[in-house]
Ligand binder design. Structure first.
Ligand SMILES: [Zn+2]
Length: 450
């Protein structure tokens, strides 16, 4: 009887990718391929992006969660197969510390809470190990166990459509013999796809440079990824985009990319590597650093703490706008906190910002001469003005105040797509209606026959 009973399993894993060219989503497709015929998937694989400010992430700090139903008698076997796949897939490297966690039935509340914190804080490996040994049916790690953090977070972050915003990404993978070679994509088809399916797809093309953004660089097994609102539209997108090389496989992931999920759980606390969301009153004029970064100072309204704010070079237009902020302007700042040892202060690296209040600023100039209409000059401190042209003098004249025309307004500022981090909600998504359910389409992944 127990052979037949089906059990819900949540499988989370992370930190299997390295800069040398492996990728956690790719490992996910290998796992899916191996177990697909023996289990029932009850959700798309979830690609969960966690706190982007942790210092040791390989690329996007993305972990994978799988939710399946499996026969009770087979779950030990399945778990050990997945372990073996991780062991054979990962490339040993001091910064790659894979972790796998498996939960039976309901996801415990403590793991849900853990996943919210993983979006905004740095969580210790020891805490993850403790939770994994206490609440998981099985867990496994290589190296220092850092991958357990993302694994638990991917299980706990269920992207419940009634509570959380979510998006999809379709990822296509290359044949192994093409790894490391130039990706052969018919570029014009990407522009066609984007204009046909917008705003159902996003961040395919940088809006300022017109550059195609769907392909990663380097030896990554990913050929391209297209992000969007619904799975069926992503399939449509994939069929519009033409490649000149045969593909190995594709898979649709449900993700928190492009949702601001980390900002929704963040607050104004200042702590190294933490995600920040708080109101800041600007106290100093911006200045440009060598390399083009813009730095300005402000005071957090809720805590009165002084912080630096930074906008980085690749965010071009965003940086130009930030450079127009002046003292007493108020902004809702979103970003990552970084402690700068050399200055003994904290900097918020801005990922996004809403300008709330534009303050009035004036320039002062001398009045015009009432006799000859030329501009007068100051006659000295509190001595009024004199006219150099006709000699007129008046000790009672005041300077004229002229309001500065500000090149910024109360507006939402987001860096262009190519400078955006995975979690940041782009402008295009503000016009899209929130999804209330998951459309689980049948052909959400495929391995092409050789
Ligand atoms: Zn005059």
């Amino acid at each position: 009887m127990t052979q037949k009973r089906e059990i819900v399993l949540h499988i989370g894993f992370d930190d299997t990718d390295s800069l040398k060219g492996s990728c956690t989503t790719h490992l996910a497709t290998k796992i899916i391929e191996q177990i697909f015929n023996r289990v029932t998937f009850i959700d798309y694989p979830r690609l969960i992006r966690n706190n982007p400010n942790v210092p040791w992430k390989t690329r996007g700090n993305g972990a994978i969660g799988l939710s399946i139903k499996a026969k009770e008698g087979e779950i030990i076997e399945l778990t050990s197969e997945i372990k073996s796949l991780i062991e054979s897939y990962y490339q040993p490297d001091e910064n790659t510390n894979p972790g796998l966690v498996v939960i039976k039935d309901e996801v415990p509340e403590i793991i849900k809470q853990f996943s919210k914190r993983a979006l905004i804080e740095v969580i210790s490996i020891s805490e993850a190990k403790e939770i994994a040994s206490k609440y998981c049916f099985s867990h496994f790690f290589i190296g220092n166990g850092r991958g357990l953090i993302g694994g638990l977070a991917a299980i706990g972050n269920t992207l419940d459509p009634l509570k959380e915003d979510f998006t999809y990404e379709i990822l296509t993978y290359r044949l192994p013999e093409n790894y490391g070679t130039k990706r052969r994509l018919e570029e014009e088809t990407v522009y066609v796809m984007d204009s046909k399916l917008s705003p159902e797809v996003f961040n395919n093309i940088d809006e300022e440079t017109n550059k195609i953004l769907i392909c990663p660089a380097g030896p990554d097994p990913v050929f391209y990824g297209i992000r969007g609102e619904e799975a069926d539209k992503l399939l449509e997108a994939m069929y519009i985009v033409k490649s000149k090389e045969p593909l190995d496989s594709f898979c649709i992931f449900r993700t928190n990319q492009g949702t601001d999920q980390h900002f929704n759980y963040a607050d104004h606390q200042i702590e190294d590597f933490r995600v920040f969301n708080g109101i800041i009153r600007i106290t100093n004029k911006p200045r440009a650093l060598i390399g083009g970064h813009i730095i300005l100072q402000g005071k957090i309204e809720q805590s009165e703490k002084l912080v630096d704010l930074a906008a980085f070079e690749p965010s071009k237009s965003f940086k130009r706008k930030i450079n127009n902020l002046l003292p007493n302007d108020r902004i809702l700042a979103y970003g990552g906190v970084k402690y700068k040892k050399e200055f003994k202060n904290y900097t918020i690296q801005l990922e996004k910002c809403e300008v709330l209040t534009i303050s009035n600023h004036y320039v002062e100039s001398s009045p015009y001469c009432p006799k000859c209409s030329k501009r007068m000059t100051s006659a000295g401190r509190n001595k009024g003005h004199k006219c150099k042209n006709c000699g007129f003098k008046d000790s009672n004249t005041q300077k004229i105040k002229t309001k500065i025309d500000r090149e910024i307004q109360t507006e939402l500022l987001i860096p262009p797509a190519q400078a955006q981090r995975h979690l940041v909600k782009p402008h295009r998504r503000y016009s899209v209606k929130r999804k209330k359910s998951i459309e689980f389409i049948e052909n959400w992944w495929k391995k092409y026959p050789k």
